[in-house]
Write a protein that binds this ligand. Structure first.
Ligand code: GDP
Ligand code: GDP
Length: 436
């Protein structure tokens, strides 16, 4: 069950990014007393009353080349498209403006629930002025102060009421995956080729929320997959879909909903900065990863072309050394039939549980060949290790002092665990914990 999404909309300078940061619970972008400050992040996680959700700050999607009215319109469209609940922010200082009315009209036409917040109500007197905002026709206006942190609780209470209730239990055995990569690497071609070779399941439930664009299919081995929609698939050519921040955000939301991420590279172009950013996000999020080099038909091949390409990828994605690499062509269909089995395999590895007794044998053997590090005369002692989670496999290692567990030793233990068990394709987490 993916987290629900809350999108913040509103005209510039009403306090969207201030509120975004408040809800995110950390100062993740700098808000200054200048309008239109730069924001580094537009997508993050929030939590309220134990409910986790994703938040989008649509104001941070850079559309500044567009006329003012269009910017506002696109941002409202993005909110409608991406969100389960929309937080519409206005400001009591300026009252109801023409731009607010424009946003309201667009939101009004959609069937997404809207919570109307009137920001900058910093003191009690101002709270009475919010009644004007009933004219927007979007229900009760909530007076808040983003910078003082007043009233946000009521807004979030209201927002989570409208989140979709837990759907019918998702079948855990279905593997969700997505194809992530820059425009033109061949995502749509790969998707069509894969769907052409496997049996697609047509869902009985029509027109349900965003999931309607996901595709279910069964591979030859009988494994069921859900292929998650990503930006490249739609090709509707909307202005905002061409902005980099939006496409990165779409990739991140797809990764959040995936078990396995196929990182698609173009054999002719190699690796770009954006690929690394997105692969890094998938790694941090603990998703299984497969690196797919597409358009392999376009390279003139000598005996070591593949090995050299692989070396280049390994050097660029150092932390992804566990990710298998496959060289394919959507055009000639070369090796495409191997993809479903590969996705199935790494999906299983991500769910692998290893018995504590064998795990501890592996750790003890590891310590025997490479003694634990010392710091100022104190040596790291490992007492016991146990696997506490899957997806990704997570190990708690009980030690005398977790500060003595250096990154390099943790890396070494990870490698020894990988040698012993089939964790190909999945990140694994090692958490040192002091034994009480
Ligand atoms: P955005 O363009 O809608 O994202 O607006 P920002 O979050 O960048 O805020 C615009 C300006 O309003 C900044 O100078 C903020 O410090 C200020 N601001 C935000 N929230 C409040 C508030 O609750 N009260 C007051 N007085 N100022 C606020
Ligand atoms: P997307 O933007 O990532 O979805 O990329 P598309 O699937 O639209 O592909 C972009 C272009 O690359 C199209 O012209 C495709 O025909 C071409 N293309 C995709 N895969 C291959 C491939 O494996 N080999 C060759 N030669 N061309 C490909």
């Amino acid at each position: 069950m993916p987290n629900p999404t809350l999108a913040i909309v509103g005209r510039p300078n009403v306090g969207k990014s201030t509120i975004f940061n408040r809800i995110a619970g950390e100062r993740i972008s700098i808000v200054e007393d200048t309008p239109g400050v730069t924001r580094d992040r537009i997508y993050t996680k929030g939590e309220w009353l134990n409910q986790e959700f994703n938040i989008i700050d649509t104001g941070g999607i850079d559309l500044s080349d567009e006329p003012f009215k269009d910017q506002i319109k696109y941002q409202a469209e993005i909110a409608i498209e991406e969100a389960d609940v929309i937080l519409f922010v206005t400001s009591v200082r300026e009252g109801v403006t023409e731009a607010d009315e424009l946003v309201a009209r667009i939101l009004y036409r959609s069937d997404k629930p809207v919570v109307l917040a009137v920001n900058k109500a910093d003191n009690p007197e101002m709270r009475h002025e919010v009644f004007d905002f009933y004219t927007l026709g979007l229900g009760d206006p909530y007076p808040i102060s983003g910078s003082h942190g007043i009233g946000l609780g009521d807004v979030l209470d209201e927002a989570i009421k409208h989140f979709p209730s837990e759907e019918s239990e998702e079948d855990e055995s279905i593997i969700h995956f997505s194809l992530i990569g820059r425009p033109n690497v061949g995502k749509s071609s790969l998707i069509n080729a894969m769907l052409g070779e496997n049996r697609v399941i047509v869902s009985e439930i029509e027109g349900t929320t965003r999931d309607a664009v996901d595709t279910r299919f069964i591979s030859e081995s009988g494994q069921e997959f859900t292929m998650i929609d990503t930006a490249g698939m739609r090709k509707r050519g909307k202005v905002y879909e061409k902005t980099e921040k939006y496409s990165v955000m779409r990739a991140m939301t797809a990764i959040d909903r995936s078990d396995v991420v196929l990182m698609i590279l173009n054999a002719e172009e190699g690796i770009r900065e954006q690929d690394k950013k997105i692969a890094g996000y998938a790694h941090e999020a603990g998703r299984a990863i497969i690196i797919v080099v597409n358009k392999w038909d376009l390279l003139e091949k000598k005996t070591d072309t593949m090995r050299k390409f692989e070396e280049k990828i390994r050097n660029e994605f150092l932390y992804l050394d566990y990710a298998p690499i496959i060289f394919v062509s959507a055009e000639t269909k070369q090796r495409l039939n191997q993809l479903p089995d590969l996705i199935e395999r790494v999906g299983m590895n991500q769910n692998l549980r290893v018995p504590s007794s064998i795990l501890n044998d592996v750790i003890m053997d590891a310590v025997a060949i490479n003694p634990t590090p010392t710091d100022k005369g104190r040596r790291l002692k490992i007492f016991y290790a146990t696997q506490v989670a899957v997806k990704p496999p997570t190990f708690v290692v009980f030690v005398n002092d977790e500060k003595l567990m250096h990154f390099s030793y943790s890396r070494f233990l990870e490698n020894q665990i990988r040698r012993a068990f089939a964790f190909e394709g999945t990140p694994i987490h090692i958490i040192p914990r002091k034994r009480k």
